[in-house]
Design a protein around this ligand. Sequence first.
Ligand code: NAD
Ligand code: DAU
Length: 339
Amino acid sequence: MTIIVTGGAGFIGSNFIFYILKKYSQHRVICLDKLTYAGNLATLKPVIDNPNFSFCRADICDREAVYKLFEEVQPDIIVNFAAESHVDRSIEDPGVFLQTNIMGTAVLMDACRKYGIERYHQVSTDEVYGDLPLDRPDLFFTETTPLHTSSPYSSSKASADLLVLAYSRTYGLPVSISRCSNNYGPYHFPEKLIPLMIVNALNDKLLPVYGNGGNVRDWLYVEDHCKAIDLIIHSGKAGEVYNIGGHNEMSNIDIVKIICRELGKPESLITYVPDRKGHDMRYAIDPTKIHSELGWLPEIKFADGIKKTIKWYLENRSWWEAIISGEYQKYYQKMYGDR
Ligand code: NAD
Ligand code: DAU
């Protein structure tokens, strides 16, 4: 089985590559990645010498490069993680989100039609459903919840989902889509809440919480997400959407306080800053479908996952120090300087 993993030099894609290469000794994995600010070859160090792994630097929007790779490797499965993934950046500059997340998806699926594949899998997000109110804890996102997006990021992901379903119906392309809640774990870029708070706390820097910190996210350890995608691509039905989430809703402020406690840092580092524009209140996934059809259940409890994650950041300082010493400084100043 030959799998092209796009965006595999990023957070979830790299964890997925590690998981697949460890589990299947016969699978060949090709990582296609543009290496944007979020992609990092150092992340792929653990597999770079694995004979079943290879890397191709390319943009998923570059039709010629994508077709060339398909022709060369004749993939059976494509798993598309490649995306601009940060909501705050999409608010500053939506254009590249539309380009990569929508047009790039179309190029990949055109290549699938041209060369023939067994499965195209689109890694989507719970953000396509919009948000839920805090005072209705009985409400959850199911696969039939209408799409109702808030940010340029989530709108671009929802657009891609619609395109994927259109290629299924119109051309009979064997597709699947997964919509997962917030992930955390190793190799998470320190622009996102959990790694940003860990890295800032370790450097005794302020911990910027948006608004009143009451927004709720449904956190899942990244390896549980990888296991779910593995099940979907091997056993899930073509044409289907699967929600992925572990019923682990937590407010941002509670997350930040846990990180302070685990690192022995004072809560006085927490600073409340002006809110994100259009900030979604609460996400909460109903994972009944993937559980009943494919037997998936999350295995890592948050209390253990956050300890593992913090341990990883403590033991891999050089990975994140290299990131925050570069362009990241300009990004941080722009996003948090006057906040
Ligand atoms: P990430 O930002 O860490 O990684 C994205 C990767 O895609 C990087 O390696 C980057 O170089 C690559 N990339 C970006 N544009 C590209 C292009 N035009 N061509 C080729 N490669 C390109 O993202 P992540 O957090 O790992 O998310 C991966 C996917 O999972 C995304 O599609 C995201 O929407 C989705 N998702 C993320 C989460 C989460 O909590 N992080 C949850 C649900 C779904
Ligand atoms: O739900 C899945 C989505 O989760 C993915 O589709 C996105 O790619 C991923 O980035 C993530 O989106 P969020 O916007 O939920 O993640 P982020 O880590 O940016 O923010 C989590 C919450 O923390 C959100 O309510 C905003 C808040 N926050 C974030 C940052 C970076 C802060 O309070 N302070 C911060 O500095």
